[in-house]
Design a protein around this ligand. Structure first.
Ligand code: G3P
Ligand code: CA
Length: 320
């Protein structure tokens, strides 16, 4: 009656294969990370301590500050060069716009910037008239992250973006050096530091890696613009692999060419695309959950930037 039963070695082989496959899948899943884009910016105004706190509480692995510089040389958490879209600057300093009717952060001291209130960028999210929050400095953001790590026992990292280095160089600042000094002060040191430095400009990251011998982890951001087309070729990825740990492409790049992920992986590069937003899932998907499922499991990304860290966290955990 047991004549058709598999031989013991065959059974062992199958069991071992299942175990190894499951283990590999678990390992791969464990590596997928949630990057809170400008904090939990889907729920609270971007780049506020409140938004970073919520992102931490929702389980984000990394909190993302975009960096700008104040007139007196302090790194602050702000996405734009200007204050128009996300603060009440027009009300507080009506006469301080440049000729183009824009209020530049670099024209204001930190003390002045602290007089402003951050407002929600998107009208359908947190009420714009509710002006509760100040612009944080990078140092405050780091202190908050480290404090929450200590009080919760959950070790979230940071994912700072060097924005517009050429603009700030012209204004007399070196944001890269300012960032490195701050990271050193708070003991983000070496390749194992719990952070990634991200930038759209390859020359900025190359300079840090090759001229200043910085060993911190880097992510090369890749926009959807044709000026970055060269970065997603095999040759472009070879070059990136020489100085960065991963790429942060606009997610459209992966939709257009899903081989980008495996070609990056083949070179040892992580893939962290941006930006997953509940309200802006492409029409081909019924929901952000479906979009995330496709990117995480079909395209096999290693994590991504999202305005709703809880949704991506659930999407990753759902298939563990
Ligand atoms: O840094 C990744 C992603 O945030 C890039 O886009 O414009 O939101 O900084 P942006
Ligand atoms: Ca960013």
């Amino acid at each position: 009656m047991f004549r058709n039963a598999p031989q013991i070695p065959t059974v062992l082989f199958i069991v071992l294969t299942i175990c190894v496959t499951s283990f590999s899948m678990m390992a791969a899943q464990a590596e997928k990370v949630v990057i809170a884009h400008r904090g939990a910016s889907g729920y609270l105004p971007e780049h506020t301590l409140a938004a970073y706190s919520m992102a931490h509480a929702l389980g984000a692995d990394y909190l993302e500050p975009d960096l700008a510089v104040s007139k007196d040389g302090v790194l602050i958490c702000l996405h734009d060069l200007t204050l128009n879209a996300t603060t009440n600057v027009k009300d507080i300093f009506p006469d301080r716009a440049r000729k183009n009717d824009k209020w530049y952060a670099v024209d204001f001291t930190l003390a002045e910037l602290k007089q402003l209130r951050v407002v929600e960028r998107m009208s359908h999210r947190f009420p714009r008239e509710t002006q509760l929050f100040q612009i944080p400095t990078l140092e405050e953001m780091i202190l908050l992250t480290k404090g929450l790590n200590a009080s919760t026992g959950r070790n979230a990292g940071i994912y700072p973006e060097l924005k517009d280095p050429a603009f700030y160089k012209k204004a007399g600042f070196d944001p890269s050096k300012m960032l490195l000094d701050m990271l050193k002060k708070y003991e983000y040191i070496g390749p194992e530091a719990n952070l990634y430095i991200q930038c759209f400009i390859p020359a900025t990251l190359l300079r840090l890696r090759n001229e200043q011998q910085v060993t911190l982890p880097f992510i090369q951001l890749i926009s959807d613009s044709i000026v970055h087309d060269g970065l997603v070729t095999d040759e472009g990825l070879d070059k990136i692999a020489a100085y960065a740990q991963g790429i942060g492409p606009d997610k459209k790049r992966i939709e257009d060419d899903p081989t980008l992920v495996e070609r990056a992986h083949a070179r040892g590069l992580l893939v962290h695309p941006y930006t997953f937003r509940k309200e802006q899932a492409p029409q081909k998907y019924e929901s952000i959950e479906e979009e995330l499922h496709t990117f995480l499991w079909d395209y096999n990304i290693d994590g991504g930037f999202t305005d709703q860290p809880d949704i991506m966290k659930h999407a990753i955990e759902a298939l563990k």
